[in-house]
Design a protein around this ligand. Structure first.
Ligand SMILES: *Cc1c(COP(=O)(O)O)cnc(C)c1O
Length: 472
């Protein structure tokens, strides 16, 4: 499988290069040159499969030519062996036609594990085949950091530096990162904001000499392999609910548009998806766009669903590429306008194409808490605020629909205990495998928001390993 950039001028790459490179050199995002498709008969054959067997079927066509392809079944088994549920992503009935797909049974209790656990396995095999090492740098405001750390810890060929804004991530999220004691993992607590962290990471990638010296890699949500791994659970839920014989719809709590874009990909590949409902909190750039056709940046303010507090949905560019007729020059011009003016407006025909499939709904903090409380009253279950937005989005759009509607539960309630407690009076307990999280020692290094300082630190990587003593 060959991959092209959404901006049309970067070199076409094979899977392994896309895996390791992240962003395309022309600033675009990589997508497959064409979609692998599954026929009705294929879907019928796949409908009884285990999650891991299904994952092999879905993922293998994207990885033709990869050094990891012949090990794919074992890598997938290894990626999901640590999940806390035998079904990997269990599907539960909420009421009538409404279902909940629980994506939070991985090691860090958020859906990002589904993709990053596999990414960690793929990185190791591809790097081994090439006899290379990488240094992964990332910035996190919460879930991505811990999921990346769990995916890379102990891997022989990757060193990870994860920057988080000191004092600005929740205690559970911080501890999920800082309690990992592995020589190749370095938590850097930056004196600054999440934007400072992100700017520092960008600056490191833009420093070509530094980038080459360390073979820098990224595992952020624009990495194609993350989207690829997420396509699987759309098929998993769709097949369980009657595909290919009846269509299915999904409601997805959205930040960077990565998760719901994987649903779009599943539809392109032959899964009968009737519609994709995009749920947002009050940081609602996407739902405003679907209403108006104008994508306009606004300030971001904190919500109870912090993993969706984003200003720009970076994966949207992949959909935009299709909406603009797969014209890289048009995407480049649109994204340039967006960067310069903070907004762009889609032509009516392209917008109609988007709204034929995507529907946007937003819920503020109060409505989010009300949804958490509602479910608790109905069936005694606790729901995290991101998943609550998915359920609210599903319910608000379910009227008159005959096909099953699946809300994606993206985090375990114990990951966001304050909001859950506020809504229900109950503080959700961590699963037993994480029960001692609050007692484990923490490893992090306090650093200033200073590029030269950080680059010096990474240049002298061993020093960090030695200083990685508890500092918080
Ligand atoms: C990252 C995240 C999201 C948003 O996912 P995107 O792919 O960025 O849209 C939603 N919920 C939780 C819990 C997350 O960690």
């Amino acid at each position: 499988m060959r991959y092209i950039s959404t901006r049309g001028t970067a070199p076409t790459l094979e899977f392994d290069d896309v895996l390791l490179s992240g962003l395309a050199r022309d600033g675009g995002l990589y997508i497959p040159e064409s979609w692998p498709t599954f026929s009705q008969e294929d879907l019928v054959r796949m409908s009884g499969m285990s999650y891991c067997d299904l994952a092999v079927e879905i993922i293998a066509p994207f990885m033709t030519g990869s050094a990891a392809l012949n090990k794919l079944p074992q890598l997938i088994e290894a990626a999901y062996a640590g999940f806390g549920h035998p079904a990997v992503t269990p599907l539960r009935q909420l009421e009538g036609n409404l279902w909940l797909l629980e994506l939070f049974h991985g090691p860090t209790l958020a859906f990002k594990d589904v993709a990053l656990q596999l990414l960690g396995q793929l990185f190791e095999v591809v790097l081994e085949a090439r006899d290379q090492r990488v240094t992964i740098v990332g910035a996190t405001s919460g879930d991505t950091g811990s999921a990346a750390i769990e995916a890379v810890m102990g891997k022989a060929r990757a060193t990870l530096y994860m920057l988080h804004p000191k004092g600005r991530v929740s205690e559970v999220q911080r501890r999920q990162m800082t309690t990992v004691d592995a020589a190749n993992i370095h938590n850097l607590a930056v004196a600054g904001t999440f934007d400072d962290c992100q700017d520092l990471v960008k600056a490191m990638f833009n420093d070509q000499a530094f980038r080459d010296r360390h073979n820098l890699a990224a595992v952020n949500s624009i990495n194609w392999a993350r989207v690829m791994a997420q396509i699987v659970y759309y098929f998993w839920a769709g097949l369980a609910l009657g595909a290919p014989h009846r269509p299915v719809a999904f409601a997805v709590p959205t930040g960077n548009f990565g998760n719901v874009y994987a649903g779009y990909a599943a539809r392109q590949m032959g899964l009968p998806i009737e519609r994709l409902v995009v749920g947002s909190n009050h940081n609602d750039i996407l739902t405003r766009f679907l209403d108006s056709g104008t994508m306009a940046m606004e300030g971001v303010s904190p919500s109870y669903s912090p993993s969706m507090d984003i200003q720009v949905s970076s994966n949207f560019e992949r959909l935009l590429f299709d909406l603009l007729g797969r014209d890289g020059a048009a995407v480049t011009a649109t994204m340039r306008q967006f960067r310069e003016e903070g907004r762009f407006t889609l032509d009516p025909a392209s917008l109609a194409q988007a709204t034929a499939l995507f529907q946007g709904v937003r819920f503020d903090d109060e409505e989010t808490l009300a949804e958490i409380a509602r479910r608790h009253t109905r069936d005694g279950e606790l729901t995290d605020p991101h998943s609550a937005i998915a359920i609210a989005a599903a319910r608000s759009t379910a009227k008159g629909s005959v096909c099953p509607l699946v809300a994606l539960a993206t985090a375990h309630p114990a990951k966001f205990p304050d909001a859950v407690e506020k809504a229900t009076g109950l503080r959700p307990a961590l699963p037993t495998r994480l029960a001692d999280l609050l007692d484990r020692p923490e490893y992090a290094l306090d650093v200033p928001a200073d590029l030269a300082h950080l680059e010096g630190l990474i240049d002298d990587g061993d020093k960090v390993a030695q200083q990685g003593a508890p500092t918080i």
